[in-house]
Design a protein around this ligand. Structure first.
Ligand SMILES: [Fe+2]
Length: 247
């Protein structure tokens, strides 16, 4: 499996707070069947100013070397979880933020109470600039819980949709659980990721969600969400999916 969203880069955001924790998180992922991970620290202007540059590259190289020294055969790739802001299309064009493994895909998040028209404006302008947003965990946003048809709109615009394994496992409240499953039934999900923040909760274990998907949906869907589309994101290829159903 491939995890395209996890906070395993130590001491840069509210994810892992030490190299030891990061190595534990990566080992847990490996034991659960994950072979590739995209590190996606928050890029949240004013709170986590993690923009592309030497500082972030050094932090990433340190993790890469530590994983090599610990002899964990995990493939690591660069990315960020970028909070939407007005200048984002320019920042993408100018290389000031990291896309997912340097492709045209990037991981974007919104405030839980964002104005839906702002989301649409930012997503449209990024698409026009040639970049494809992968919208992180929409089922957690209150404005999506109130109106899940927004996700249909984003999907039809050409965005990718990522949901968190913990939402599907009822660890982010009932609404997020309900909406995640509803999005899956409407074929509006491109991939599922851990969004792991630590080793004890919000973990990097993806096997539990693979088992859930096989049990509640089917093996083909699990493969598409945890392997096929994540690998297409890594390689900059078009995403696949079943015909989506409107709300
Ligand atoms: Fe995240």
């Amino acid at each position: 499996m491939i995890d395209i969203h996890c906070h395993i880069l130590p001491k840069v955001d509210d994810g892992s707070q030490s190299m030891e924790t990061s190595l534990d998180m990566i080992a847990t992922a490996y034991d659960s069947g994950v072979r590739s991970m995209i590190t996606t620290p928050h890029c949240l202007p004013g709170m986590f100013d993690n923009f592309a540059g030497d500082h972030m590259q050094r932090r990433w190289d340190e993790l890469y070397e530590a994983v090599h020294e610990a002899m964990i055969p995990m493939h690591l790739y660069q990315g960020m979880e970028i909070m939407a802001f007005d200048e984002l299309p320019d920042f993408l064009r100018e290389g000031k933020v990291w896309t997912l493994n340097g492709t045209f895909y990037f991981l974007v998040e919104f405030s839980f109470r964002e104005d839906p028209s702002y989301c649409k404006k930012i997503l449209s302008s990024c698409l026009s600039a040639g970049y494809v947003p992968i919208v992180a965990h929409p089922a957690r946003y209150y404005f999506v819980q109130d109106d899940p048809s927004l996700v249909y709109e984003w999907y039809m615009m050409g965005c990718g949709i990522q949901i968190n394994k913990d939402s599907l496992l009822k660890r982010n409240g009932y609404r997020a659980y309900e909406i995640s499953n509803s999005l899956l039934r409407h074929h509006l999900v491109s991939c599922i990721a851990s969004d792991a923040h630590g080793r004890d909760f919000r973990t990097t274990d993806l096997d539990e969600i693979r088992e859930f998907l096989i049990r509640e949906y089917d093996e083909e869907y699990a493969y598409m969400l945890l392997e096929e589309n994540p690998s297409r994101i890594l390689e900059g290829k078009s995403l696949v999916g079943y015909t989506s159903l409107p709300y």
